[in-house]
Design a protein around this ligand. Sequence first.
Ligand code: GRG
Length: 291
Amino acid sequence: MIDKLFNEYQAKINARLDILLSESDKQYDEVVRAARYSLISSGKRIRPILMLEFYKLCGGDDDCAYNFACALEMIHTYSLIHDDLPCMDNDDFRRGKPSCHKQFGETMALLAGDALLTEAFNAASRTIGIPAGRIVEALTVLSANAGINGMIGGQVIDLINTEQISADDTVQMYLLKTGALINSATVCGAILAGADEQQRKNAAEYAEKLGLAFQIIDDILDAEGDESVLGKPVGSDSKNDKKTLVARFGIEKCREFAHTLTKEALAALDKFEGNKENLVAITEFLLSRKY
Ligand code: GRG
């Protein structure tokens, strides 16, 4: 079931991304080729899929929300391109192929990331078929989550992630660098569908639990995953002396944390009326994922 669901979503998301960031023969189009190289790829598309599922759960018609969903994937891909740069985590592979800077050089990779971030907001603001007030509200949530008090703040904590960092700081870092964009997915999906305050709170609670579980699983895969399945090098965290929760508590304890958080995410999901079958399957898949 999950494979079919992912295949159908990925095909539609990839087709829209292809349109939103299409190549031309302009003299400056090298930046588009670099951005497309990372964007049109084997990424799981978890964030747009979550957004579209929450949009439907709260009563939306999925076809209207695709531009917004693709904007999430563009922001996520920009963060991966920049995160791989030598001045950040310095990783040579991503999504099963050389990282953007290995293929296009550091300057073009930097610009490709910048372009994706900016074009994401252009794409999201060109959402049609949804009341403008909801789009503005969702853009406010998206920009806050991508900004200083969201993903950027999390990345800053990550860069200063040393022996001195406390477990609470690490959790805060996970909530910001990974959880914030997942919060955008669930809460923006709810907002665009016209969800009430309680539904938005439930969507945020689900995102918080799932975001933490997602990052813990990411850390476990970095410690003991299979590079050929993962599509990126393992051991990046220990290479960069990152004090992850896995480094602090070990793999088995972290697996337990991820299980508990997944249960809590499912409990938050249970507060919604309507068909949650797909979201339950996605949540469970993310706990057992190998890539
Ligand atoms: C602005 C430099 C800069 C960074 C932005 C968060 C972040 C901030 C950079 C780090 C990228 C990173 C490792 C984030 C953690 C989130 C995460 C687990 C990413 C991997 O997401 P998946 O598994 O990847 O969804 P695919 O390739 O499937 O999309």
